[in-house]
Design a binder for this molecule. Sequence first.
Ligand code: NAD
Length: 495
Amino acid sequence: MNTRNRQYWESKLSGLTIEGRAYIDGSFVPATSGKTYQCTNPATGRVLGSIAECDVSDVNLAVIAARRAFNSGSWSRISPTARKKVLLKLADLLEANLEELALLESVDMGKPVAVAFEYEMPDLVEYVRWFAEAIDKLYDEVAPTEAGNLALIRREAVGVVAAVVPWNFPLDMAIWKCIPALAAGNSIVLKPAEQSPLTAIKLAELTAQAGIPSGVFNVVTGFGESVGQPLGLHMDVDCLAFTGSTEVGKLFLGYAAQSNMKLVWLECGGKSPNIVFADTEDLDAAAEQAARVFYNQGQICSSPTRLLVEASIKDDFLKRVVEHSKAYAPGNPLDPDVRMGSMADARHTENVMRFIETGMKEARLVTGGRRTTIGDSNNFIEPTIFDNVEQGHVVGREEIFGPVLSVFTFETEEEAIAMANDSIYGLMASVFTSNLGRAHRMSDALRAGTVVVNAVDLISPLVPFGGFKQSGNGRDNSLHAFEKYTALKTTWIKY
Ligand code: NAD
């Protein structure tokens, strides 16, 4: 029996003190304006606490602290092995706080607490350990120059890195950006999404406990236009790492152009194809994977939201997907058996419902389609599947970022490739087939940062993650993540 039942999580929540202040230069501080906004649990409508509503003055203070810390060398110039030890301690502290982190993540943005506790938070601990362990194993280069010359090619930290992240995986996205950047010796200013600041604030507390010096890690809470934009426009931020919508990602390119040409790394939207061929060995396993589009309430950039099925198996396969979608019936996120929680907030729920209404006019609704009420909140949406979707349909093209699957039919491999690539996005693609040659042909032809064969949405710290086209640039995860947060320096020595 699972002892972590709903009552357990509810009583843990009632015992929690919610910290809502920003974290600047080693201290928790209110916004300089004194302003706050309320942070609400989308699954209950209850207020969790007041959050500092920071603005440009707080951004300036955080960037000044980050620059001062960087220049002091308290973190940037200690040995990689010394940084590794601190980051390994941070991983241990995250592990010791798994329950609280999972609970904060759940109540902040609606995801099932059991999913956060059993999978997402433990994976993050390993993520931090992986980057901590990597940093003192990276060697630089010596160029093969002619005699009498030594040309050293080294990577050094870029300086002050700002990270602006979304609400769908608040702690994951914060850690994906901040840990490689910290490991490389940079100072950080993190701006969590206004909907989900709680785990970022908790992370600040743990970085201090782990021994990261004051000013090296800062968290500035607040809204996109009052905190994200000043970070993007700041003349003393060297690098801006962003995860969020394509629309806002483009704004950051503009902010850099208007200010200091800072490096801008973007992980943006997606509309990932999942292509199922009739030669798939285990259709039921493939259908179970296809239904994973509803994981995290469908709020995943790399979700396989476009299902392309070979015509000869379409009806059978679709029935199986509908069957597997039942595992994602919405429920109270603190109930440990629930696999589908609430949407991140009421406004986003309304946006997704508007897409569903459009879909009902364009295509055939197979299952779901309704907004539902659970307890005191109506921010829940049933897993929704549309069939007979065509390339021109809104629900077939636009990123919905909710529990909505659009199903297309194809006859040939060439047609599947053309349909899959006909998108402004290129984050991830999946292919189900038992034909090895076809798997490779598809992997070559699909314009996506990641192609997964016989599974969906595989992500690991060991491999790069990021997009082609308007899904973004640069790569999170793996040793390639360090490329974003370091600059190449050449030193010539004549002798
Ligand atoms: P969003 O773009 O609205 O917000 C992301 C962040 O940008 C937030 O912190 C927000 O406050 C800030 N922001 C908003 N407007 C801003 C502005 N004018 N100037 C500066 N900053 C601003 O995205 P969201 O709704 O929080 O998240 C959903 C989006 O994120 C989806 O498009 C999804 O695909 C994308 N996403 C992408 C990845 C990826 O790795 N590719 C991962 C997760 C989410």
